[in-house]
Design a protein around this ligand. Structure first.
Ligand code: MN
Length: 484
């Protein structure tokens, strides 16, 4: 799925790399015992370490280490048994230490891979460069008082994983698919809840363009802290078009940090100075190098759940689903469970279809997720069963489905109450067919003269006479027999 921009003189290829900050799911912060919960009153979750009081020392939270290793294994990445925490020095009002404890030369996780299933059935492999651990900073609040800024240190010291991709993405669509896949993997693992609106996942978006066919990377820009998948995609669209126009007009692209303005879907230059940082990294003397034993890593590996890719392969194998459909069902663990609850007793393709086309649009309309679905898996399974045993037609089933949502009643109750049972009784249908044929001698003559199209018209008449309840397959078969 190559994505290019047609310029005046040539075609341009888009090159995207992402740096994702993902908040580790953990009760406590990375180097202190303070709570990492979201939404507490400002400065209610701050230890002396988080406030960087003199003389206090960080103590590493081993659960956070486990979570980072688990994520690395989920990304099929190399886990480094030796890694080092370093100080990244810079001043920021909401960073009381004056430095961020991060990893630089020796991150905990090395190269890995994320697999994307694109809509056209193709598969794309996006490389992971590294995953390192670091602490989050606090938050400056500029809207609390007219002439002063306040600082909330609740976030200060929370454990983040910075996951850096290779510049392997070639369109905004691939970047969106990458973020959704990464989020899905971390949710399966329980290592990051992926709630972008709460800031627990945000992305720095690196974009450049180059003439199609070139293997050289041109100057990139970095759009910082984009907090939704849609915004990331919009930022890429905007940036790639802006850069293409610049090159085509004979201008250059400046390497700089940019901001995304979600109001106008544009990126804007921040001060160019921001890019010229020299952080003066050095190993944090308060923390020993981190050494992991291979048994520690193996134990985490052994405890990994079935991940989205494995589940997708199993769904394709066991239920004969197409890759893309299987990919949609496994993206959310709860959806996958819902599907399997139905597919164990019913036709898997029919079940997948009902979930993806009918149920999803209802959930979207109601703004709820599958766990909050007004129709349970067993309720939907019952409806699908009625289609499978020919009690109702597929078309009637849609009507029953809508009524289920509106009334909360079961499929079989609705079918009984509304008298929607399909007529599959041959003698009953036969009688109606005879009547319809007798009533329409002109059309009958046309069929007999070889006009096959008119058979379809007769099917329609029979369906009309039965208010759509006759089994269309039986009607078709009997009609053809009769006319012969
Ligand atoms: Mn970072």
């Amino acid at each position: 799925m190559a994505y290019t921009i047609q310029g005046k003189t040539q075609e341009w290829e888009v090159v995207v790399g992402l740096e994702v900050h993902a908040q580790v799911t953990s009760k406590a912060k990375l180097f202190s015992g303070a709570s990492a919960a979201y939404g507490g009153a400002p400065n209610s979750q701050v230890s002396l370490v988080d406030a960087a009081m003199p003389g206090v020392l960080p103590v590493i939270n081993s659960y956070c280490i486990e979570q980072a290793v688990r994520t690395g294994l989920g990304l099929r990445a190399k886990i480094n048994e030796d890694s080092v925490f370093e100080r990244k020095n810079y001043f920021y009002p909401d960073l009381p230490q004056g430095y961020q404890i991060s990893q630089y030369q020796k991150p905990i996780v090395g190269e890995g891979v994320v697999m994307l299933d694109m809509e056209d059935g193709t598969r794309r492999e996006i490389g992971i460069e590294r995953l390192h651990m670091e602490q989050d900073a606090g938050k400056s609040m500029h809207d609390q008082a007219p002439s002063s800024s306040y600082i909330d240190l609740n976030r200060s010291g929370i454990c983040l994983m910075e996951i850096v991709s290779k510049p392997d993405m070639r369109s905004s669509g691939e970047a969106g698919a990458f973020l959704r896949k990464l989020r899905s993997i971390m949710r399966y693992l329980g290592t990051c809840d992926g709630n972008m609106e709460e800031g627990s996942m945000r992305a720095d978006v690196n974009v450049s363009v180059r003439p199609l066919g070139s293997s050289r990377y041109l100057t990139r820009t970095e759009t910082k802290n984009v907090n939704s998948v849609r915004f990331v995609m919009q930022a890429i669209e905007f940036e790639s078009n802006r850069q293409t126009v610049a090159y085509e007009n004979g201008d250059s692209v400046i390497q700089e940090t940019r901001l995304f303005d979600s109001q106008c879907s544009e990126t804007r230059a921040m001060r160019a100075k921001e890019f010229a940082h020299d952080y003066r990294y050095f190993p944090d003397p308060d923390l020993l190098p981190l050494k992991l034993s291979s048994s520690f890593i193996q134990k985490i590996q052994d405890g990994l759940p079935e991940l989205p890719d494995e589940k997708r392969d199993r769904f394709m194998e066991d239920y004969e689903l197409k890759a893309y459909d299987a990919g949609i069902l496994v993206a959310d663990q709860e959806v996958a469970n819902y599907f399997e609850d139905i597919a164990i007793d019913h036709d898997p393709k029919l079940s997948a279809n009902w979930i993806i086309t009918n149920l999803f649009s209802v959930l979207k309309k109601l703004g709820c997720n599958i766990v909050e679905s007004p129709i349970s898996a067993s309720d939907l399974g019952e409806l699908i069963g009625l289609v499978e045993d020919n009690t109702i037609s597929g078309r009637t089933a849609k009507e029953v489905f809508d009524t289920m949502i509106d009334t909360g009643k079961s499929a079989s109750d609705i079918v009984d109450e509304k008298g929607l049972k399909q007529i599959s009784d041959i003698s009953q249908i036969d009688t109606i067919i005879k009547q319809v044929l007798t009533d329409n001698p002109k059309q009958l003559a046309q069929v007999k003269a070889g006009n096959a199209k008119v058979i379809g018209w007769f099917v329609g008449q029979v369906m009309k006479a039965t208010k759509g309840k006759a089994n269309p397959e039986i009607v078709n078969k009997l009609l053809r027999e009769k006319i012969k």
